[in-house]
Design a binder for this molecule. Structure first.
Ligand code: UGA
Length: 434
């Protein structure tokens, strides 16, 4: 099958590489020519384990190529996956201008029947808009179908999520489109759920918001644990044994970030509000998440009282481990609050430091980037953990403590064992446990 993937961001790159790995001929297209040039030269713009190798092997096989010419890519394709961005607009809703733009471009290059597949996360009923836009600008009268095939990959595990998905959702309104999409995912026949388009669109938002809700729920329990003798790690473990609940996404911490959960929950709230559906449950989920930063900083203030002129080491900038992505990372709000209160920060992350410099440029005085966690701890009045990178769990705590001005460790991801840290002479604050 000839496939065009429009947009070479996270989802687009992984989709293009993955579909070519499944044996299809794929062109990844992006209007930013410099991006295409970089990818062609093997410079992948994101850090994602396994992605470089997957791209390289498929480009070498000749089944995957990249092009800045979206129009030609559309003309050559039977199926077009739309993977352009849907960033958050000012009112919380998704900004759909890039989807509209490529819909027009597809219409103008419709030289035969094609299926246009929404892969980006979009509000329910977006397909109706895409269909109307393509019809409006379709000069040739060629037939087309719109379909929805939401992507569930997680950053940091994107390649394996794509190559070994737990489900494939295919939203269609014609047998012809269904047959094409089912053929694309032939090897996962047993995992394909075919629905109508609105259902497929909603499954994506419903899944992300449900997982966000699970995280806010355990964070609420963490607040309760902190006022009692209970331990949130044990509470989560005990709950997780129940197969109806499951153990995953019950890690208490400083809240969910990233380019998906915070944006998607707001988008779903907006959709519900617009449709007159009471979205209080999700509004509360978001409110709890917003409150995590205050809860975390209060721990630091309990330890240090006043933050002005204090030196704080921050370990972990990415919104989660195994990624260099800092979009909507909790660390951003934490660092901002520290700087606002007059503290100086020493920042470390194994992968995300460069990206964070766009938010907090290095000034060598109040904002310093360090190439090791130990450097970040030098002379620090406290060290904060904002991302649970494995290398932090393996730190030599004795060495860390020796470098710090005050042995205060505030762990927003429960990376350390409280007893082990206390044994090293730290005053230790973590989430939902004493
Ligand atoms: C999420 C979903 O997990 C994917 O299925 C989905 O495809 C993707 O969004 C998307 O819509 O594109 P991702 O944003 O990569 O994936 O990251 P997650 O692993 O889901 O983590 C999201 C946030 O929740 C992170 O900040 C993480 O630290 C936080 N989290 C996660 C917790 O605080 N506790 C947990 O137990 C789990």
């Amino acid at each position: 099958m000839n496939i065009a993937v429009l947009g070479t961001g996270y989802v687009g790159l992984v989709t293009a590489a993955g579909l070519s790995e499944f044996g299809h001929t794929v062109v990844g297209a992006d209007k930013v020519a410099a991006k295409i040039e970089a990818i062609r030269q093997g410079r992948v713009p994101i850090y994602e384990p396994g992605l470089d190798a997957l791209l390289e092997s498929n480009v070498r096989k000749g089944t995957l190529s990249f092009s800045p010419d979206l129009a030609a890519s559309v003309r050559a394709a039977d199926v077009i996956f739309v993977c352009v961005g849907t960033p958050q607009g000012d009112d919380g809703s998704a900004d759909m201008s890039q989807i509209e733009e490529v819909s027009r471009l597809i219409a103008e290059n419709l030289n035969g029947y094609k299926v246009v597949v929404e892969k980006s996360t979009v509000p329910v009923k977006t397909s109706v808009r895409i269909k109307r836009t393509i019809s409006l600008y379709n000069k040739t009268g060629a037939e087309f179908d719109v379909a929805s095939n939401p992507e569930f990959l997680r950053e940091g595990a994107a390649v394996s999520d794509f190559l070994e998905p737990d489900r494939i959702i295919v939203g269609v309104e014609s047998d012809r489109a269904r047959d094409l999409l089912v053929r694309i995912y032939e090897r996962f026949k047993d995992r394909v759920l075919v629905t109508n388009i609105a259902t497929a669109e909603l499954i994506k938002h419903a899944s992300n918001s449900f997982l966000s809700m699970k995280i806010s729920y355990i964070n609420l329990m963490a607040n309760l644990c902190e006022q009692t003798e209970a331990d949130v790690e044990q509470v989560a473990k005990g709950m997780g044994f129940d197969p109806r609940i499951g153990p995953r996404f019950l890690r208490a911490g400083i809240g969910f970030g990233g380019s998906c959960f915070p944006k998607d929950i707001r988008a779903l709230i907006k959709i519900g509000d617009d449709l007159g559906v009471d979205m209080s449950l999700l509004k509360e989920t978001e409110r709890i998440n917003q409150g995590r930063i205050r809860v975390f900083l209060d721990k630091l203030k309990t330890a240090l009282w006043i933050l002005k002129d204090k030196r704080i080491g921050v370990l972990g900038l990415a919104f989660k481990p195994e990624t260099d992505d800092v979009r909507a990372a909790p660390s951003i709000r934490i660092i901002q609050a520290l700087l606002d209160e007059g503290a100086a920060v020493r920042l470390h992350d194994p992968k995300a430091a460069e990206n964070m410099k766009e938010f907090f440029p290095e000034d060598g005085v109040r904002t310093v980037y360090c190439d090791s966690p130990y450097k970040a701890a030098e002379g620090a009045n406290a060290v904060l953990v904002c991302t649970e990178w494995k290398e932090y769990a393996d730190l030599d705590l004795g060495r860390l403590r020796g470098l710090m001005a005050n042995p205060i460790l505030v762990d927003g991801r429960n990376v350390f064992d409280p007893a082990a840290v206390a044994a090293r002479g730290f005053e230790y604050f973590s989430i939902g446990r004493r």
